[in-house]
Each structure stands twice: as structure tokens, then as C-alpha cells.
Design a protein around this ligand. Structure first.
Ligand SMILES: [Fe+2]
Length: 400
């Protein structure tokens, strides 16, 4: 009897470990997760009843009390209802003299587990070996009581042989599986907490970028709106090129601060209406490497620093500050280069009047494959041709 019970327990413990895989899966929502967990435990119980310890025909014995009580204790009401409904229905379907008692064992285990779940939720008890032992003891004292309602012939065998073996194997089984389930749940909770912290960190980084962008535009009202325009156009091009949502986020943020290096340029130079001197031009040209330095110490998840450093690089090596060629320039910087050129040429600047929409498009189109990435230029031209990008929209551009 002991060996047979040990077999049942080990099979069900192994199946119970599937809980670990299950709780770490991604579900559409909490409802579908709980119903799936209930189904899993219900099916495990059915499996236990397919290969049970047979006391006499119609009186079978397995570890369903352990499974159902723990499923309810960790999963709550919906898991309890789903798993006990499946297991209970199957036990009634099997029939025999022990059917009613077997069904009652399932319901009693479910209620004990739910009481444990309730106390756990209210933080009245902690999940540890002692509380799990208490749960196992309570469940199996009730089970032992219910066994007294088995057919008269089976009661003696059950009391003499099954009960001692049941207490000796099912109590440790409850503790071991319960502790494992606590481990799985904790890992899942830690995973959720880490994801939450990561999302908070990302939001903080996004806010830093937006604050930098706002500060930059506050210094230079003539170009206010330029960074947002470049960001909007860049995202449209990036989306047309099939960049992932994560890449598009980085592209937008990087475009918002692509000119962050202009902090090194005095406002008087940035807003100067007259022709700039050679030294002033040199200073302005330094803004790309200055942007690289400014963003150097912030650990972004996206290539924001590369965008600030490389948006004046050109694929034939004629750009600055490093004269990078082709793929040496990140795709994000190649996109921002086109969006930046278009917005800068299409709208008025303090030191010159706009060259116009058509002229800006022509400069970009003719530069495709030479100074601008051909694929980026093609995507940009498609967006112009289908009316997504127009000069009128630049003033109050928002991403669709
Ligand atoms: Fe720039």
C-alpha cells in the first residue's frame, strides 16, 4: 500500500510541477489564466483517477485531495471551481460505491484550499512548511472522516491500510508541492515587479529626453517645433521601412534631441539673422559631437546618442563629424538625416528664407544613394507622393 501510494504521489507531484510552467506563461488576461490553471489541475486529477490505488472495485484512492487543495490555495475561487468541477464530474462518471465519498473529498479539499487562499490574501498566514502541513492535516482529517461513509466492506481496509499510508505520504506531498508552487509564484511576482520597474525606468528616460528637447527649443524659439517635426517625419519613414515599435520609440526620442549638442552654441549665434562667420559655423558644426558627449553618460535603451552624433553623417562619407560611410551610420541616424534636411529646408530659418517644399524634396530625391540612404529616400518620397507629408502639415505635425 505504501509503495502504491508513493507511486501515485510521485506521478501527481511531477504533474503538479507543470504549474511552474503554466504560471510563467503569458495569458491574455487574469480570467483566462485562472481558468487554464483550473483546467490543468482538473486534468491532473483525472489522470490520478485513471491510475489509482484500487481498494475494491468502485473504491479508488489517489492524491486528488492534495492537488485540489493546493490548486485552490494558490489559485483562488475560479481555479478552485474549475478544477473541482472537472475532477468531481469525472469521479461521479466513474461511479461505484465510493463515488459520493470521492466527490465529497474533492469539494472538501477545494473548500480547505480556499480557506487557506483567503487567509493568505488577508495576510493572516504565510505560505511556509508549517502552514502547508496544517492545510494537509486539515484536508486529510476531513478526508478520513468522509471515508467512514464508504461501503461497509471497504471501511475496515481503508482505516487499517489506507489511512496511515495516506497521512504518511500526503502530508509531506502537500508541503513539498506547496513550497514548489510558492517558489514558482514568487518567481512570477518578481518577474512582474522587474517588468514594472523597467517600464518606470523607460518612462523616466523618455521624460528626460522630452525635458531636454523642451529646454533646447526654449533657447531657440526660431526653431521651436523643428525637433518635433523631425521626430514625426522620422517615425513615419521608420514605420514605412518596417522598423519595430521598439525601434520607432528610440527613433522618435532620438529625433527629439538630435540637436541637443546645440546647447554649446550661444543663443546669439543660434538666432543670428545675419550671415554667420566661419568660426560661428564651426561652432554650430560641433553640435553633433557635443550631443554625443552630452548623452554619453545616460544609459539609454535606444540608440539616442548615435542619432545625436551621426545625424549629419552622409553615406558617401562627406558628412561630419567623423565622415562615416554607409552602414557605419545607424539606420535611425540615416532616417533623421532625411527628416532633418526636409524640415530645415522647407521652413524659414532665422538666417535664410525657406527654400521651399519642392526644392527640399528635390534635394533629398537627388541625394538618394549618394548622400542619403536610398531606401530611406524611397520611403520618404512615397510618403510625400501619397500626401502623408506636406509642407502645410509641418507646422502642426502629429504622428497619425
Ligand atoms: Fe543638427
Amino acid at each position: 500500500m505504501y509503495i502504491e501510494l508513493a507511486k501515485t504521489v510521485s506521478i501527481m507531484l511531477t504533474l503538479g510541477l507543470m504549474h511552474g510552467v503554466f504560471v510563467n506563461l503569458e495569458f491574455r488576461n487574469e480570467l483566462s489564466k485562472q481558468i487554464s490553471l483550473g483546467l490543468l489541475f482538473g486534468l491532473i486529477c483525472i489522470f490520478g483517477m485513471v491510475v489509482p490505488v484500487v481498494v475494491e472495485p468502485g473504491v479508488i484512492f489517489d492524491a486528488r485531495s492534495v492537488m485540489i487543495s493546493l490548486a485552490s490555495a494558490f489559485g483562488g475561487p475560479l481555479v478552485a471551481i474549475t478544477s473541482s468541477a472537472i475532477a468531481g464530474a469525472y469521479r461521479l462518471y466513474l461511479g461505484g460505491g465510493g463515488a459520493f465519498v470521492g466527490f465529497s473529498v474533492i469539494i472538501a479539499s477545494s473548500f480547505c484550499g480556499l480557506a487557506f487562499w483567503y487567509l493568505k490574501q488577508r495576510k493572516r498566514i504565510e505560505v511556509n512548511w508549517l502552514s502547508l502541513l496544517g492545510l494537509g492535516f486539515l484536508v486529510h482529517v476531513i478526508v478520513a472522516f468522509l471515508f467512514q461513509f464508504l461501503p461497509a466492506g471497504a471501511v475496515t481496509t481503508v482505516n487499517d491500510q489506507v489511512l496511515p499510508a495516506m497521512f504518511l505520504s500526503f502530508l509531506p506531498a502537500t508541503v513539498v508541492l506547496g513550497l514548489l508552487m510558492r517558489l514558482f509564484s514568487k518567481r512570477k511576482e518578481e518577474h512582474i515587479e522587474l517588468a514594472r520597474l523597467d517600464s518606470e525606468r523607460q518612462n523616466a528616460l523618455k521624460n528626460i529626453v522630452r525635458a531636454l528637447s523642451a529646454a533646447l527649443e526654449a533657447r531657440d524659439p526660431y526653431t521651436a517645433g523643428h525637433s518635433q517635426n523631425v521626430a514625426d517625419i522620422s517615425v513615419l519613414i521608420g514605420r514605412r521601412l518596417g522598423l519595430s515599435e521598439e525601434q520607432l520609440t528610440g527613433l522618435e526620442l532620438g529625433a527629439l534631441v538630435h540637436d541637443v549638442g546645440k546647447f554649446i552654441v550661444p543663443t546669439s549665434v543660434l538666432t543670428k539673422q545675419e550671415k554667420l562667420t566661419d568660426d560661428e559655423f564651426k561652432l554650430i558644426k560641433n553640435h553633433a559631437s557635443a550631443g554625443d558627449n552630452i548623452l554619453n553618460n545616460i544609459d539609454f535603451d535606444w540608440p539616442i546618442r548615435e542619432i545625436a552624433a551621426q545625424h549629419h553623417e552622409r553615406i558617401d562619407g562627406s558628412g561630419y563629424p567623423l565622415g562615416l560611410v554607409g552602414d557605419e551610420i545607424s539606420i535611425e541616424a540615416r532616417i533623421v538625416a532625411v527628416a532633418d534636411t526636409f524640415d530645415a529646408m522647407a521652413l524659414d530659418r532665422p538666417y535664410r528664407k525657406a527654400r521651399g517644399h519642392a526644392a527640399a524634396i528635390e534635394v533629398i530625391r537627388s541625394g538618394g544613394g549618394k548622400i542619403y540612404d536610398q531606401n530611406v529616400v524611397d520611403a520618404f518620397c512615397d510618403l510625400v507622393d501619397d500626401g502623408t507629408i506636406t509642407v502645410d502639415k509641418l507646422k502642426d505635425f502629429t504622428i497619425q
